[in-house]
Design a binder for this molecule. Structure first.
Ligand SMILES: *Cc1c(COP(=O)(O)O)cnc(C)c1O
Length: 355
């Protein structure tokens, strides 16, 4: 809650751009709420954070993050509850993962209590930006980057931690065509695949674009060494239904531990669905497809929640999944997730954190 003795200095924006937003047609990631949280790390410690009007900022051309990629981010959401209040979905899990990413990229961790307070104060201040429509939400983007003005590779001494938010509608609303990628690699053992490090996403752009040139929307990444096992679906975790069983690749240092994935597995187990988290080979999926047992395939991630796959491009053939209207498990997971996040169902795992 915002009080006079707020933890942070708050410079309320003199103007708001909320009137310019068409909440019935929100483009993902294009409109930003009025305020941004900013906190600097200098001389080995975090300074007091502040909430400022959202807007351009000035940086030295030699800002280290721009050259050496010392930058990480998170993505999470706040939802308008049925009773009109606002809750964030599992923010503590994002904070933990953020600090894990920070460690891997050699950056200072953000104290958990400060991080949580920043989320609560920022989202409270821009509460009007949380859409009312149940298919929409407020996307929250925390990030951290190196700010030393310096040329030469080494960890930066100074950093900037920021959080902004943006109202979002449905992410991909159409079913996606994915291609099994057996040449390029997203993440290798010992690499940074388990961290939300900015550079990971840059490395995936060209392979994705090449697949798009072939008529696909996204890639199904395979392991770097053999290219025989499925790892992720674009920037989401992958999930399949084979003969009524929910199969997901296990997390590792190459398969990022998604919070949507974890939530989906927990809810699926609650629903009595058979769940297996393990290594899943391309061959196994191909054989299931040939026998007509590959019933559903989808991506799991905060942005799109459940992103359904209509076609999988294997080396030898394109497999079209059964018509989505006949799917059972993906819709069950989506509606179970929605009912917790929107406060219409029981939150038995304590995932919602009110702001
Ligand atoms: C963020 C991300 C996910 C999904 O994580 P969520 O916590 O569910 O949003 C999956 N894979 C990659 C590579 C990601 O960056």
């Amino acid at each position: 809650m915002l009080t006079k003795d707020s933890t942070f200095e708050i410079n309320v924006s003199k103007t708001s751009s909320i009137d310019q937003v068409d909440f019935d047609n929100i483009a993902f990631g294009k409109v930003f709420s009025d305020h941004v949280f900013v906190m600097d790390y200098v001389d080995g410690e975090w300074k007091r954070g502040s909430i400022e009007p959202f807007g351009p900022m000035s940086l030295s051309p030699s800002t280290m993050a721009l050259h050496y990629g010392q930058a990480i981010f998170e993505g999470m959401k706040a939802y308008r509850q049925e009773d009109g209040s606002v809750s964030m979905f599992r923010p503590g899990a994002n904070i933990t993962r953020f600090n894990r990413s920070a460690k891997r990229i050699c950056m200072p961790e953000v104290p958990e209590d400060v991080f949580m307070q920043a989320l609560v104060e920022l989202v409270s201040l821009d509460e009007a930006w949380v859409p009312d429509d149940p298919q929409s939400s407020l996307y929250i983007r925390p990030f951290l980057f190196a700010t030393d003005s310096h040329v030469g590779v080494r960890p930066s001494f100074s950093y900037k931690f920021m959080i902004f938010t943006c109202p979002v509608g449905q992410y991909y609303n159409k079913p996606v065509r994915v291609k099994v990628e057996t040449n390029f690699t997203r993440a290798a053992r010992g690499g940074t695949g388990a961290a939300k490090a900015a550079g990971n996403y840059a490395a995936a752009l060209l392979p994705t674009k090449l697949a798009q040139d072939e008529g696909y929307d996204q890639l199904l990444w395979t392991d770097a060494k053999s290219h025989k096992n499925i790892e992720e679906c674009g920037t989401m975790n992958a999930a399949f239904v084979v003969d009524g069983k929910l199969l997901v690749p296990s997390t590792s240092d190459t398969v990022l531990a998604g919070i949507t994935r974890d939530s989906a597995l927990t809810l699926a187990t609650d629903l009595g669905i058979d769940v297996e988290s393990r290594v899943i080979s391309v061959q196994e999926l191909e054989e299931a497809a040939e026998k007509g047992l590959l019933q559903e395939a989808f991506g799991l991630g905060t942005a799109a929640t459940v992103s359904v796959i209509c076609t999988i491009g294997f080396a030898e053939f394109d497999y079209d999944l059964p018509v989505i209207a006949d799917w059972i498990i993906a819709p069950q997971i989506k509606s179970a997730l929605d009912s917790v996040r929107l406060g219409t169902g029981e939150d038995k795992h304590g995932w919602n954190i009110p702001v």
